[in-house]
Write a protein that binds this ligand. Sequence first.
Ligand SMILES: NC(=O)c1ccc[n+]([C@@H]2O[C@H](COP(=O)([O-])OP(=O)(O)OC[C@H]3O[C@@H](n4cnc5c(N)ncnc54)[C@H](O)[C@@H]3O)[C@@H](O)[C@H]2O)c1
Length: 277
Amino acid sequence: MSNETPPLFDLTDRVVCITGGGGFLGRDFVRAFIDAGARVAVIDHNVALAEAAIVDAHGTEKNTLAIEADVTDPKAVEDFTQQLLQKWGGKIDVLVNSAAIDPKFDADVARQQCHTFEDQPLELWKQSLDVNLTGTFLCCQTVGKTMVESAAGTIINIASTYGVVAPDQRLYQRDEETEQTLFKPAAYPVTKAGVLHLTRYLAAYWANTGVRVNSLTPHGVFDSQDEQFLRRFAERSPLGRMARPEEITGPLLFLASDAASYVNGANLVVDGGWTAW
Ligand SMILES: NC(=O)c1ccc[n+]([C@@H]2O[C@H](COP(=O)([O-])OP(=O)(O)OC[C@H]3O[C@@H](n4cnc5c(N)ncnc54)[C@H](O)[C@@H]3O)[C@@H](O)[C@H]2O)c1
């Protein structure tokens, strides 16, 4: 092999667009790409979160851009795509679709959203379809089109183990009889399963265009969950624990890099073996 072959994992100066980049995991995605030398646009409907992600990651004006946009709005998606093309030389190398409605159990909001299936709010179902599926569809369509035009690019859709297997609701039960029992709502697993299949559809559709499309499937990532939850999680996990954020970002960088040049239409499952038994 020639000495001029670029390093397989090199992401220097790649133009990366991360939706939902102000989120809990999204922030780590932003940091990982900045540390890898990429130029990173952080898209979030909460622009303060996008800006904070950039500050946390020591991004500069030259190598980062925070953009307020709702991924369910076609015009907003078109606008941020054009903004990126103008700022960084007319191409987008990597799109990470991370924006999602993912009800968290430690937040007060869970008390309103994580009801029994029979009582799950229709509004949450519709909103989840909108953000998790339609938002991913729109960003793939709009950014993907520019990748097809430049005959290069890679898209990584962030899914979830709950798109592969059903949630084990025993994780979310409460011991105290007085406390409300919580359930992971149906909308989240259903939309994540849709994301996995949209990935396969596009990987096959854009075959031979130079554009690769893959999914990355994380499972639970440690975020100071309560002891009862951590114990129950550990009992069910082959590795006996939740993931650390950097255990998700490594596989993400791999999928974005040339090291994954023959990986297309795949789902890289990073779950400590949760779906293996
Ligand atoms: N955190 C985990 O343990 C975990 C596990 C498995 C999968 N995932 C998946 O990983 C991805 C990132 O997770 P996270 O923990 O960062 O989620 P998060 O809920 O912390 O962040 C989601 C981000 O998306 C943004 N967002 C929501 N709706 C939007 C819209 N309409 N337009 C633009 N931005 C919008 C939010 O403002 C937020 O910053 C998600 O797709 C999630 O489903 C997370």
